[in-house]
Design a protein around this ligand. Sequence first.
Ligand SMILES: Nc1ncnc2c1ncn2[C@@H]1O[C@H](COP(=O)(O)OP(=O)(O)O)[C@@H](O)[C@H]1O
Ligand SMILES: [Mg+2]
Length: 371
Amino acid sequence: MATLDLDDISKIYPGSRDRAVDHVSMKIEDGEIIALLGSSGCGKTSTLRMVAGFESVTEGTVKLGDRIVNNLKPAERNIAMAFEGYALYPPLKVRDNIAFSLLRDRTPRAEIDKRVGEISDMLELGPMMERYPPGLSGGQQQRVSLARALIRKAAIYLLDEPMSQLEPQLRALLRARIKDHLIANKMTTVIVTHDQTEAIALADRIAVMDNGLLQQFGTPEDLRERPSNLFVASFIGEPPMNLFSAEVAGGVLQVFDNEGAAAFTLPLRQGALPPGSRVMIGMRPHKLRVSEDLAGATLRGRVVTNHWLGDHSHVGVQVGGCFLIAVAGRHVVAPVGAEVGIIAPEDAVHVFDVANGQAIRHGLHDQATAA
Ligand SMILES: Nc1ncnc2c1ncn2[C@@H]1O[C@H](COP(=O)(O)OP(=O)(O)O)[C@@H](O)[C@H]1O
Ligand SMILES: [Mg+2]
């Protein structure tokens, strides 16, 4: 087990002038599970491969425990990695693929059998043990690759999109089992994923990347309640945050629609924002409540869409020229065209700088300034 400390690391591939990874710094605690989350091409795999030693580090240092490992070969770093492309050994049976590192280390037969049995049970690989990788589906090969990494005793586990090929039900089952396994064995783990549900379900902290840059590194709650900028605010959450431009005027927050016309106002505590500030505001759909009580609501609007998704509703409401989505945990009976109220609690409103996208404050309370 070990800590991992990335200090200002960058990756510039030969022949390129761009940074695939751009000055990323983060510290991962011993036994912590973190996720690198971002869209395809944002630099997740490049970051992981620099930690593993399959790619050189262009700038910065990678420290594993108290050793700087920049110049060590992968085999000298004591890491276990599950590759995006699986990298299984085709001539070896599944059983021997999984046991490969234990066989190489001359682990006693009885212990190999015990550990292979445990890991293959956990990943539902039992019936496949005597088969060969080329005859398996992508999802099956992916589970073998994951088993081969998790069975090892290593300082750190690096898992690159480890469940991307699995069926949703199996993925949910294995996610829970893998998380229990990582926690029970205190395994320091970096999981690469583009799936925020997976990141939230598995990780203690999530590093959100975009275009090589680390946008925020925090707990799932930090990302949801205290997004550090507009990128994270709009990337995390489903449906995404409602975003509008606004201006502080006459002691209230005047909100504009896409055409720049005044749409509605939000009450503002005195001193919460300097008068005249032009900002972007965000409101999480899950924080807004649809209410039939018009008098008691923050805003009034007209229902434009109302979709029941089995256990909650997505209600689209037109407020002036602005379209907002609210999520209700029940059947909202208001039909399309009905007038409804929207209750926006003060802590549901996030304020961002228009110029650079950085968060200014979370909530309109005096004390809830952005970190
Ligand atoms: N071996 C390589 N040579 C040149 N460019 C690469 C190489 N691998 C990745 N890239 C580029 O680096 C960027 C980040 O890629 P990658 O780390 O694979 O992203 P992700 O895993 O987030 O999808 C992309 O623009 C990709 O095209
Ligand atoms: Mg990748």
